[in-house]
Design a protein around this ligand. Structure first.
Ligand SMILES: [Zn+2]
Length: 408
């Protein structure tokens, strides 16, 4: 290993192995053409003919690089060099998209992992034998028949092969504007926010919209509106990094000449910590009750769903940070506000993610874009991290042998 802090030319790895940026970019363009739209977007919803064609293409690309490829019963596509030895460092993402999605969400992580695998193989680097790459099935959950997304990674973690996996790395686009705004090339992801949803029901009294005195109305819609407006303030007061949304509003009975007797909101909070999510829920309930009293209504707030937050592995995050520094990129860490396969894997094996910026913060849209330089830089950081992990593997084996010896 080379010492840190030396002035290596951009794109050169600490291991002295450089990815081929033009080959990575050409593959991104080729994959984008499968299900490609005239507006530059991609239609590759899981299970669609384009999605299946993309999986065939990926398998052929892996085989063309002299590697083994296979598919499990779920539809996840894998690749590794012949004669490799586990336990494996798994790297990748997904190749399905939302309808009218972009060319990079998921695809970048898969193709960056492929580029790392074939570069290591071409250079006869022994780390190649410990690397496995993956494109998970149906991450987006965009088809009407989908199980809600993260399907391939969830099935993978419930299967046998997860026992052979030592760690997981997922490179991905940020899908938000923070990195571009701050001028950040690469970011190490600390974890994925937890997502709590609550149903708020305001119950008033259905009555004639003309004859009921204004001061005596129990107007559930008005009460719901006051709660809706307060949701952002509750989030901001709880955690400045919290995201909040009210995406569903129902008013009953829903007639212009009837004072609404019931109104329902679905409130969603996203935050990095359970404590913040719990505090926001308590504040929402307290505020809804106060508003309801004031509006002659009753309020109930009930949890609708809870997706736990994920914390990524400190050791892997450290290796990613070191790789960034080795490429002359200052280490920035951030939380992901979108869900990823890495969130599923993190419940089973040490996991981490690396972000590259999204131009204009646009994602899940045809205009999804990341400058080529940063795409290549992220791929190089992945290679350097894989190599560093492989070096550390020898030490880990020795350590576990020793601890076994002490116990017996
Ligand atoms: Zn994705």
């Amino acid at each position: 290993m080379t010492a840190g802090g030396d002035d290596r030319p951009g794109g050169r790895a600490g291991a002295g192995v450089a990815v081929r940026g033009e080959r990575l970019l050409a593959d991104i363009a080729r994959l984008a053409a499968i299900g490609g739209r005239p507006d530059g977007g991609v239609d590759r919803v899981a299970g669609s003919p384009a999605d299946l064609a993309a999986r065939d293409w990926l398998g052929a690309r892996i085989a063309g690089a002299g590697c083994l490829t296979w598919r499990d019963t779920t539809g996840n596509v894998f690749g590794r060099v012949p004669g490799g030895t586990g336990p494996w460092l798994l790297a990748g993402s997904h190749t399905d998209t939302v309808p009218g999605g972009g060319r990079l969400d998921g695809a970048y992580g898969v193709l960056a992992a492929l580029e790392v695998l074939r570069t290591l193989r071409e250079n006869d680097h022994p780390a190649a034998r410990a690397l496995e790459i993956v494109s998970f099935w149906d991450e987006e959950g965009a088809s009407p028949t989908s199980d809600g997304g993260l399907v391939g990674s969830t099935a993978f973690c419930a299967g046998d092969h997860i026992a052979d996996i030592a760690a997981f790395l997922e490179p991905h686009i940020e899908q938000g504007p923070r990195m571009e705004q701050a001028g950040i090339d690469l970011a190490v992801v600390d974890g994925i926010v937890g997502i709590d949803r609550h149903t708020v029901v305001l119950t008033g009294e259905t009555n004639h919209a003309g004859t009921t005195p204004m001061a005596r109305r129990a107007d559930a819609a008005r009460a719901a509106a006051r709660v809706l407006v307060a949701v952002r303030d509750i989030a901001a007061a709880t955690d400045p990094g919290m995201a909040a949304n009210v995406g569903c509003v129902d008013v009953l009975p829903g007639a212009p000449n009837v004072v609404p007797g019931e109104a329902r909101l679905v409130v969603e909070f996203r935050a990095a910590t359970r404590a913040a999510l719990d505090l926001a829920a308590a504040r929402l309930a307290g505020h809804a009750e106060a508003v309801a009293r004031d509006e002659l209504c009753a309020a109930t707030v009930t949890p609708l769903s809870r997706k736990p937050e994920s914390r990524f592995d400190p050791g892997l995050r450290g290796l990613l940070g070191k790789a960034c520094r080795g490429l002359g990129v200052p280490v920035t860490s951030m939380v992901s506000f979108a869900g990823h396969d890495a969130g599923v894997l993190s419940g089973h094996v040490p996991t981490a993610m690396l972000f590259v910026p999204s131009t204009g913060g646009i994602s899940h849209a045809p205009a999804e874009h990341t400058p080529d330089r940063q795409l290549v830089l992220g791929c190089q950081a992945l290679l350097d991290t894989v190599v560093a992990w492989w070096h550390g593997g020898d030490a880990r084996l020795v350590t576990s042998d020793l601890s076994r010896g002490e116990q017996s």
